[in-house]
Design a protein around this ligand. Structure first.
Ligand code: HAM
Length: 417
């Protein structure tokens, strides 16, 4: 006997109760995002590798070591999408959405792929609910997106989140600050971890992300980008904060907030949950005013977020989910009754009822147990000729009637006896 095939490392099957909870998350996302004017978008599961290397960034962890990249038969380098912002912007550009009234608001719930070391809340294929607002650089866009994400997290039962907020300014401010930070890290090179020392010349900002205490302590004294913001950037950041204050949404300005993607400009934010352990960020995002130009389009501002579905499920308590309604369980009394039972189940569904047909040819007594377990309102016991029996489960009342009378009786909801 050969070994049984298992799912690839870092992936998960969605089953039973978990599938129902996910559907509830999706339903909340659809309701909240549609009400805020977002339209659903779906993009391909793979894209040109270049789309991500140009935007997410050559020096980011994602591009350097986490992408599932392959060459297709035509010699093209393709990558399973590690995130949804660059693909959404690619679609915006490719379909001329700049001709629509601006901004264009799009949302998705899709799978993404990153070859990360799997742990609680971190998978190689995962789901995100995401929202992108493209075509306006105003601070009310950033604030609205943040409030909408807070509302979604609240709706799915995540109560203990903390909102961290920062600003990365413009690429120019960042470039100057980058040199300043590299100089600081050179001066303190013997105080930081080997990993940080090896990479800071390439990507000094990631030093703020380090988890070891020596680096954390050193970085507390490092210059902060937020102290170097120029006039308009500082004003934009102040406006975003003012709008959040306006609606009483609490946040912490966190100058050490680093995002793992290079396309951000100005506002960045993360919602963290204590329930999650090491992978504490539930949802995160920010502004990306340079992204569309990076992929060959006109200068177009944009802002958005994505929230991990698995992490939302891990950090939420009970999400109220409605169990599927079973109006009728069709029990089969003997093999020769299968065609009549089958017809009744199909007809009843067409009449709008929630119907489960006995599919395992169990003994009748065990069929009734199964119907009870599913919470069926009625059970029809169908033999190979009339009459059939119809039992109302709550009252235990049972009546004999013609097969043709079963559906009308249930639809009328009339008493059986
Ligand atoms: P991100 O921070 O890379 O941002 O991912 C957003 C969220 O996706 C994370 O906070 C987390 O909940 C979830 N996530 C990320 N990686 C994994 C993983 N390996 N396993 C499980 N969940 C994961 C982005 O992806 C940006 N596109 C967000 C954005 C949209 N920025 C602007 N617009």
């Amino acid at each position: 006997l050969s070994a049984a095939i298992q799912a690839p490392r870092g992936t998960l099957d969605v089953l039973g109760e978990d599938a129902a909870r996910r559907e509830a998350v999706e339903a909340h996302a659809r309701r909240i995002l549609s009400a805020a004017g977002y339209h659903r978008i779906e993009t391909p599961a793979f894209e040109s590798t270049e789309l991500f290397s140009r935007t997410v960034g050559e020096t980011s962890d994602i591009v350097q070591k986490e992408m599932y990249t392959f060459t297709d038969a035509g010699g093209r380098s393709l990558t399973l999408r590690p995130e949804g912002t660059a693909p959404t912007c690619r679609a915006y550009l490719e379909h001329g959405m700049h001709k629509l009234p601006q901004p264009v608001k799009l949302w998705y719930v899709s799978t993404f792929f990153r070859a990360e070391a799997p742990q609680k809340g971190r998978y190689r294929q995962f789901w995100q609910v995401g929202a992108e607002c493209i075509g306006s650089g105003q601070p009310e866009v950033d604030a609205e997106l943040i409030v909408v994400l807070a509302e979604l997290l609240q709706a799915v039962g995540i109560r203990d989140t903390e909102l961290h907020l920062s600003s990365l300014g413009t690429p120019e401010t960042r470039a100057e600050y980058r040199e300043e930070l590299i100089a600081f890290l050179r001066a303190h090179a013997d105080e930081v971890s080997d990993e940080v020392r090896a990479r800071f010349e390439q990507n000094p900002l990631r030093a703020f992300d380090a988890k070891d205490s020596a680096t954390i302590q050193t970085m507390q004294h490092a210059p902060k980008l937020i102290e170097r913001l120029t006039g308009e950037d500082a004003e934009h950041f102040a406006s975003v904060q003012g709008l959040l204050d306006e609606v009483g949404l609490a946040y912490t300005v966190d100058p050490t907030l680093v995002r793992g993607l290079d396309y951000y400009t100005r506002t960045v934010f993360e919602f963290k949950s204590q329930a999650l352990g090491a992978q504490s960020t539930v949802g995160a995002g920010g502004r990306y005013d340079g992204l569309i130009a990076q992929i060959g389009g006109p200068d177009t501002p944009g802002c958005g977020w994505a929230s991990g579905v698995e992490r939302m499920l891990l950090s939420s308590g009970e999400i109220p989910v409605a169990a599927p309604v079973v109006d009728l369980y069709v029990a089969v009394a003997g093999d020769r009754a299968v065609p009549r039972a089958f017809r009744l189940a199909c007809d009843a569904r067409r009449a709008g009822l929630g119907v489960q047909l006995e599919l395992s040819r169990r003994a009748l007594r065990r069929q009734l147990t199964q119907a009870d377990r599913l919470g069926a309102r009625y059970v029809a016991i169908v033999g190979d000729s009339d009459p059939a029996a119809l039992r109302e489960m709550a009252s235990g009342e049972q009546a004999e009637l013609e097969l043709a009378g079963v559906i009308p009786t249930i639809l009328r909801g009339s008493r059986l006896t």
